[in-house]
Write a protein that binds this ligand. Sequence first.
Ligand code: NAG
Ligand code: NAG
Ligand code: NAG
Ligand code: NAG
Ligand code: NAG
Length: 354
Amino acid sequence: MGILIVLLILLFIHIHQSGHHQEARGTATRGCDLSQGNWIADESYPLYNTSDCPFILNQFDCITNGRPDKNYVKYRWQPDNCNLPRFNGEDLLRRLRGKSILFVGDSLSLNQWQSLTCMLHTAVPRANYTSLRTGDLSTFTFPSHDVKVMLSRNAFLVDIESESIGRVLKLDSIEGGKKWKGNDILIFDSWHWWLHIGRKQPWDFIREGNHTYKDMDRLVAYEKGLKTWAKWVEDNVNPNKTRVFFQGVSPDHLNGGKWGEAKARFCEGQMVPGSGLKYSGGSHPAEIVLQKVLGGMSKHVNLLNITALSQMRKDGHPSLYGFGGKRSLDCSHWCLPGVPDTWNLLLYAALIQN
Ligand SMILES: *[C@@H]1O[C@H](CO)[C@@H](O)[C@H](O)[C@H]1NC(C)=O
Ligand SMILES: *[C@@H]1O[C@H](CO)[C@@H](O)[C@H](O)[C@H]1NC(C)=O
Ligand SMILES: *[C@@H]1O[C@H](CO)[C@@H](O)[C@H](O)[C@H]1NC(C)=O
Ligand SMILES: *[C@@H]1O[C@H](CO)[C@@H](O)[C@H](O)[C@H]1NC(C)=O
Ligand SMILES: *[C@@H]1O[C@H](CO)[C@@H](O)[C@H](O)[C@H]1NC(C)=O
């Protein structure tokens, strides 16, 4: 009898502990604000080497382009109140079996898409893959895992159409959305192109309803375009099938005054992260617009809140070792491996939560 009671007590303790343990794991990141934290030096980083990623685009491959300092690949994002799950590519491929992910956006989507394909390929280096670009669509597949990771280049999300008067950016038209249906995970981004002027501006007029404008406050136009996108999500996304993410605003580092180094020449020569406290730029104005639009939606869109954590990484850009070389510093995109790997860790944390 005594032994039985002891056994029952032990059994009770065992059940209690394992239940507790599971709960602790299951709620590792739920309710925790992953956007607040610090960059910590971590010798186990980077998560992959560019030599492991034969398809990496030259514009992000800073080390091959001659970047001499290498500490920038050795930082891990540490949220204040929990840990980000360590990336497990095989686990992610298992969860995604039979599914398709589509990134829709500008070259910062390209940056994150490349990072994710490098992270996945490094996890299963012997698995065959295919990588194909047709027009604006790039498709990366792992046939053995039946997983597709795609990228559709679309900088504004809303449409640009050629008319007799010129190229018209139509703030309330989103025909491009027809190509987004049927995917399991959609990850949008849009911001940087809304600012372009002069030769880099790919439209001549802006139209809303029956009104055609020569130009408009760009933040106002951005908000109108985002609202059209939000309506597309409300009308077309079945939340039982498709999860929708928005890659938050990716900050650039063109103005040293914002991080307390007024004399800095853009991001040139930056080799260490800045601290969050020193960064006096405040909330990014586009981020405030995005937050407002997402907040007004009835369908859930998961914001990958990358803005503040990326603001701290003035050292993470290609600078002289990117697209334009010495003639045109790149302080907008990010070296790979690098900051977008952490954006994908945020994506992974959200995907494994349920
Ligand atoms: C990257 O290369 C370094 C040096 O060769 C090596 O120590 C490290 O393990 C590699 N990282 C990965 C993720 O393969
Ligand atoms: C990869 O593809 C090649 C050629 O199509 C095939 O011979 C090989 O068996 C495949 N490998 C794996 C691991 O599926
Ligand atoms: C826009 O123009 C069309 C035809 O030109 C007209 O039918 C419609 O009522 C106009 N819409 C608004 C909001 O004025
Ligand atoms: C989603 O699933 C729920 C519960 O199974 C169901 O009630 C609802 O009608 C579904 N919604 C759509 C749009 O299919
Ligand atoms: C993103 O996170 C930062 C830092 O926690 C916060 O200040 C900001 O409001 C968040 N942005 C959005 C759009 O939620």
